[in-house]
Structure formats: structure tokens, C-alpha cells
Write a protein that binds this ligand. Sequence first.
Ligand SMILES: [Zn+2]
Ligand SMILES: [Zn+2]
Length: 141
Amino acid sequence: MGIDTGFELSPRKVDYIKFINGKSGPVKTNTIAAGFGVDPSTITKTMAELAGDGLLVYTPYRGVSLSEKGKNTAQFLIKRHRILALALTHFGLSHEQACREASRFESYVSKDAIDQMCRAMGHPKKGVCGDITHDDSCLEV
Ligand SMILES: [Zn+2]
Ligand SMILES: [Zn+2]
């Protein structure tokens, strides 16, 4: 499973992938559980699902890290967030508000819509919370 429609991952899984992506090196399930205030057994189950989808790899005793596919997926999730947040600032929201509001609904926005928005905005390089990277799917017309 890669990102095709943009709806492959639940909002929770989106947050986990971003969390793991933000760490250097493998992340212990207990660290993720503590970060989200969730029971470790729940995290273990979700991590197994993400590993089953080919997004994560387990390193015994060290934790989980993103596979190549997981890293590509994380790139899309970050881009989606930044495109949406940037769009919201065009309607008067502050950077902080835009970032927070985008986090609430970004999981429900399709990859096609993000590619279209990216094109319509002229492939912006700077988002409100970081640089925006472009790939073949948004650059091809
Ligand atoms: Zn943000
Ligand atoms: Zn673009």
C-alpha cells in the first residue's frame, strides 16, 4: 500500500507516521504510546498493521522505523498538511491557526485535490510550517 487516493490511512495512522518520521532512528512503541497517551498494546497492534502494509520495519529491541514506502508516504502526508495550511492562510487565518485547523481535517482530503491545489498555487516552496516539496504527480499536467 502506498499513497494513491490519500485515504489509505486513518487520521490516527497519519499522526503516527508523522511522529515516527520526525524522529531520527527507530522509535520504541512505548515512546509512541507515551507521545499519544495511548495504551502500548494498542500501539503494538497498529504498528503491526502499518508493518503489514509495508510502511514500517521492525528492528528487534530498538523499535519501528519507516520503510522506503513509509518515507514516501510521510512526504505526502507532510506536503498535504502544508498545502492545506498554506491555503487557509489565504483566507485570513494566522499561521498557527492554519496549522492547527489543517491538522483536524487533512486526512479527509484526496491526493488528487492536493496535486490540483499545488498546481493552482504555482507549486509554492514555503509552507507555513516548513518547506513544500513537489513530486512527479503534482508537477505533471
Ligand atoms: Zn503545520
Ligand atoms: Zn507542486
